[in-house]
Every structure is written in C-alpha cells, then in structure tokens.
Design a protein around this ligand. Structure first.
Ligand SMILES: NC(=O)c1ccc[n+]([C@@H]2O[C@H](COP(=O)([O-])OP(=O)(O)OC[C@H]3O[C@@H](n4cnc5c(N)ncnc54)[C@H](O)[C@@H]3O)[C@@H](O)[C@H]2O)c1
Length: 312
C-alpha cells in the first residue's frame, strides 16, 4: 500500500511532465496521448465491494488508466453468512486486489468498512482524502443477493439486510463522499444496478433492490446535477463473478459455470454466454471517465444484447 503522494503533488507532477515534454518539442502530442491512454490520470476513485468481482476488475482497469484508488470492502467472509447463505469477500481477497493494482503500477489504499455504517463510510472518505487529497469518482458497487429469493423466503430481518446493503448502502456511500465530489472538477458517481433492475428476473427482493437503485440514481442525478456531479448506473446481465453462483445455490466454478453459460447464451442476442467481468468493468470505467461529461441520469446496460428484446 503506497499512499505517499498528495493529490496536488501528482497533478503538479503531471504538469511538470507536460512541461518537460514541451521542452522536448513533443508537449501537445504527448499530453494528448497521455490523456487518451490514461484518461483517469490524477483522479481518485472510491470503489466499494472491491475485494472481488466487478469491484476488483474495475480497480485494475482504473489503475491502468491512471486513477489512484480507495478500495473498500466489508472484508469478512462470514459477516452475513447466516442471513444470505454465502461468504462475502475476505481481507485476503481485498489485499489481493491491492496487489493487482500495484502490479499495474497503480496506488491503492485498502479500507475495511460496511457500506451500511454511516460513520464508517464517513471515516473511509476521510482516509481517502487524507491519502490522496480528494475523491473524484465513486463506484457504489457493493451488493448482495440471497440464496433463496422468492415469495415466502423472507423474514423481516432478511428483507431489511438485503435492502440496507443494496439500497441504503449505495445512498450512504454517495452521501459520505459529497463534500469531495462537490470540490472535484470531474465528479462521477457510478451505481451498480442489474438486469434485475430493468425487467423482471425471477427474483423478489434482489429485483426490488436493483429497481430501487435505478430510481435512486435518477433522483441523485437531478439533485446533484447543479454541482456538476454526473450520476449514472451500469446494469449488467449475469457475469462470471462469485455472486450469481451463490444466488443459484452453487459454488463458483464448474460444473455450475457451464450450465450458467448455456442459460445466459440462450438469453443473449450476441453470441456470448456468461459475461466476462472485464467487459462489465470496461463500461463502469467508461461511465467514470471523460466520456460522460454530458451524461447523467442514465443506465448503461451490459447484457450481450438482451436489451434488444425489451422496451428499456
Ligand atoms: N455478477 C453478476 O452477475 C451481477 C449482475 C448484475 C449486477 N451485479 C451487481 O454488481 C455488484 C457487484 O457484484 P459482484 O458480482 O462483483 O459480487 P461479489 O459478491 O462477487 O462481490 C461483491 C463484493 O461486495 C462486498 N460487500 C458486500 N456487502 C458489503 C457491505 N455491506 N459493505 C462493504 N462491502 C460489501 C463483498 O464482500 C464482495 O467483495 C453488486 O451490486 C451486484 O448486485 C452483479
């Protein structure tokens, strides 16, 4: 974990690099190349649910594009096992995400926190700003499923757990980061919704929670637009991360993978099965970058073309 560069320090280092390039007569071209190849240079991103899955893949891709990262996870496999029926990300998985970022030449700060905990999220943002001088990008990615998700499967406590992570946790994450986002000249919020937040998906609680974050995204986009904060959602179909395996009561890997791949292929318009998390992360990173300068309140569907079959 390397956190010894201040935000201002890195930005002025970038300016110094530009000046050096100019002295060599290549300034404009190299600055343009740097902007194109590393569009998140000088930006700080807070990613929740970063120990594995989309959070990890997004962290690695953002590091390649120059962002410095605050990687947050509950980092406790047993934290909700009794209620949701499967293990969450662990501390060693979170540390591995940090190592993968560092292997890309990036900088990452690991933060252990539960997105449901307001004080912990406020503290997480304080840690990120102390390390990097600000937060420009928030990826509200942490989420859970429950292994049984039909009518009759819910106690009030289970329902509350699902909603408090998937909906309240997202609002909490954004709210905690509002001050640095308002101070940023590149403020982006990317919220993970789902295909289950765009159409019925045969699940009760998870579907409700993902429709709720789609609505939350639109209302936040309205409320924060005047501050220049772009708020968008990414809605993936089923992807090859641990979550859908557990949702269907399986362990990650074969033989469940082949079955899920075949099922997903049947729903896809493109010749693709279970989505590669890297393909989803590419859209999250795009939504967090300069491409969304004039975009807010929108959902980016990543579902191998299933959108072509519906009105959304
Ligand atoms: N994988 C899919 O097929 C799929 C499809 C559509 C949407 N999504 C959404 O994408 C997001 C990421 O999913 P994934 O597949 O990478 O899941 P995952 O279970 O593989 O990883 C989720 C991470 O979030 C962390 N987390 C969970 N609750 C937390 C909490 N309260 N506080 C802090 N961290 C917490 C977990 O520890 C874990 O590391 C979720 O919001 C999910 O609903 C996933």
């Amino acid at each position: 974990m390397t956190v010894n560069h201040t935000r201002r320090g890195v930005l002025s280092a970038g300016a110094a690099l530009g000046a050096a390039g100019a002295a060599l007569g290549t300034g404009a071209a190299s600055a343009r190349r740097q902007t194109v190849e590393r569009p998140l240079e000088g930006r700080v991103a807070l990613i929740t649910g970063a120990a594995r899955g989309f959070g990890r893949e997004t962290a690695v891709q953002m590091a390649r594009q120059g962002a410095r990262l605050a990687l947050l996870d509950i980092a406790d496999a047993d934290a909700m096992r009794d209620e949701i029926g499967y293990p969450l990300g662990s501390r060693s998985e979170l540390d591995e995400t940090v190592s993968l970022v560092e292997a890309e030449g990036g900088e990452a700060l690991a933060i252990v926190a539960d997105v449901r905990d307001r004080d912990a999220m406020a503290d997480a943002v304080t840690q990120a700003t102390a390390a990097y001088g600000g937060v420009d990008i928030v990826v509200a990615n942490a989420g859970i499923v429950v292994s049984q998700d039909g009518l009759g499967d819910y106690t009030p406590e289970r329902w509350h757990t699902l909603m408090s992570v998937n909906v309240y946790g997202v609002m909490n994450t954004v709210e905690a980061a509002l001050e640095p986002l308002r101070a940023s000249d590149h403020a982006r919020v990317v919220i993970l919704s789902s295909r289950a937040g765009r159409a019925g998906a045969g699940v009760v609680g998870y579907g409700v929670s993902k429709w709720a974050v789609t609505g939350l995204m639109k209302n936040l986009a309205q409320q924060l637009g005047a501050d220049g904060i772009r708020v968008n959602a990414v809605a993936p179909g089923m992807a090859d991360t641990p979550m859908p395996y557990y949702m269907l009561g399986n362990e990650p890997g074969e033989p469940a993978r082949s079955q899920m791949d075949e099922d997903q292929r049947g729903r896809s318009v493109l010749p693709m099965g279970l989505l590669d998390p890297a393909d989803v992360a590419r859209v999250i990173v795009m939504a967090a970058g300069p491409a969304t300068e004039a975009v807010s309140g929108t959902t980016f569907d990543v579902n191998a073309g299933s959108s072509a079959n519906s009105l959304d």
